[in-house]
Design a protein. Structure first.
Length: 58
């Protein structure tokens, strides 16, 4: 499992809703919205402390 860098959810690398590569490292996303947010400002998410900084899922 990988952690979505935008919202902090656990994502299965085999079946992610989205995937991006940045500086040679893959990032996995729970939904296309998180992927789009990351793609716009990846540095904002890879430099944050590991905490939930995105949206909340219900």
């Amino acid at each position: 499992m990988a952690k979505d860098p935008v919202c902090g959810m656990q994502v299965d690398e085999k079946t992610p809703a989205g995937k991006s590569e940045y500086k040679g490292k893959p990032y996995y996303f729970c939904c296309s919205g998180c992927k789009d947010t990351f793609d716009k400002e990846p540095e904002k998410f890879i430099t944050l402390p590991k905490e939930n900084s995105g949206h909340h899922h219900h």
